[in-house]
Design a protein around this ligand. Structure first.
Ligand code: PBG
Length: 338
């Protein structure tokens, strides 16, 4: 303890720093709160399914639906009216084959969905997931040759997928296949076709994770053999994650993303100190399902737990958060007049 000058009676036992002074009332706490989770920072994932008919519920993800193209316009309008600014679109192959050809079809589900959203909610930022796993019969994120995912053949296809999405009107394309050089190839493919204005959000540090299970059920994209560890990141490695991000910056990424979110907080903090690009974090399907299940079991209070996780993700350094809770958060913000 440093000696205190001019300390009055009793001062020796009175700590100088009383941090509780600013926690005393809600007004004081609000005045000094450092981190906020505004709806404008949240991205809502949207799933397109083939066929017609209303939204389809997903058993493992209560509150999440798969929409037909015909229904997406109305959903997008509603999402925008709730105060959200961006959606991340996922499609699925109408026909699956070994190469995932339907992923770059001009009339595919994602291009059709982008056009529908553009018409219904022109101000909404449309981001599209660029991958092959929901389009290939084997469920891997690339082209399989001799039992292995061939990097360069896969990257060439991802360039075509991104271009199909850009042609339909996507603002941002988001490659999630974890192939080396995917950002550079997509950038070149977009630029060559005159889409230099379309941005790239790279899933730079994407772990081979146990938390994607509900998503794969939703997208019918579970690999039919092996797993994704030969291309997705090993979650034991932080320096390697930073190398992935650095590579994507050099290849021309406009935004970087890490996922899962809650298991990547250290990576967010380190990336925040190192890169000046906007950073995103994806609170993935398993993180959502886990919180939902805990809330349903009465173990945590859902809104409070969701707010705490999203705030931590923001505090660690994320500018944007992709989350299945985005609509709930936006609705609560609206109700509270925030
Ligand atoms: C496609 C992709 C996946 C996710 C986003 N893009 C699945 C995977 O890699 O298996 C996961 C999203 C989630 O779990 O919410 N490659």
């Amino acid at each position: 303890m440093p000696p205190r000058r001019g300390a009055g009676p009793g001062a020796a036992s009175s700590p100088r720093a009383r941090l509780r002074r600013l926690r005393r009332t809600a007004g004081l706490r609000e005045l000094v709160a450092e981190t906020t989770v505004e709806p404008r920072r949240l991205v809502y994932p949207l799933f397109v399914r083939p066929g017609a008919g209303g939204p389809e519920a997903v058993p493992s993800m209560p509150g999440v639906y798969r929409y037909s193209v015909a229904d997406l316009g109305a959903a997008a309008e509603e999402i925008a009216s709730e105060g959200l600014r961006a959606v991340l679109l996922f499609g699925v192959g109408r026909r699956k084959d070994a190469e995932g050809r339907d992923a770059w079809a001009a009339d595919g589900l994602v291009p059709s969905a982008v056009r529908a959203i553009r018409r219904a909610a022109p101000e909404l930022v449309v981001i599209t997931d660029v991958c092959l796993c929901a389009y290939t019969t084997h469920g891997h994120c690339g082209i399989v040759r001799n039992g292995e995912v061939d990097n360069d053949a896969s990257v060439e296809r991802l360039g075509r997928v991104a271009l199909a999405h850009a042609r339909a009107g996507a603002d941002i394309v988001a490659p999630s296949a974890m192939m080396d050089g995917q950002v550079a190839t997509i950038r070149a493919s977009l630029d060559a076709a005159g889409f230099d204005r379309v941005a790239i959000l790279s899933y730079s540090s994407k772990h081979a994770s146990a938390f994607y299970g509900p998503f794969r059920e939703l997208e019918q994209s579970t690999p039919s053999f092996g797993d994704r560890r030969s291309y997705q990141m090993d979650y034991r490695n932080a320096r390697e994650a930073l190398r992935e991000m650095e590579a994507d910056v050099l290849e021309g990424a406009d935004l970087l993303m890490v996922k899962p979110a809650l298991t990547s907080l250290d990576l967010l903090a380190r990336a925040r100190a190192r890169f000046s690009l906007p950073l995103a974090a994806y609170q993935v399907s398993g993180e959502y399902a886990t919180l939902k299940a805990a809330a349903r079991a009465g173990v945590v209070e859902e809104a409070a737990a969701v707010d705490e996780t999203l705030t931590a993700i923001r505090r660690a350094g994320a500018d944007l958060v992709v989350t299945y809770f985005a609509r709930d958060v936006a609705r609560r913000a609206k109700e509270a007049g925030r």
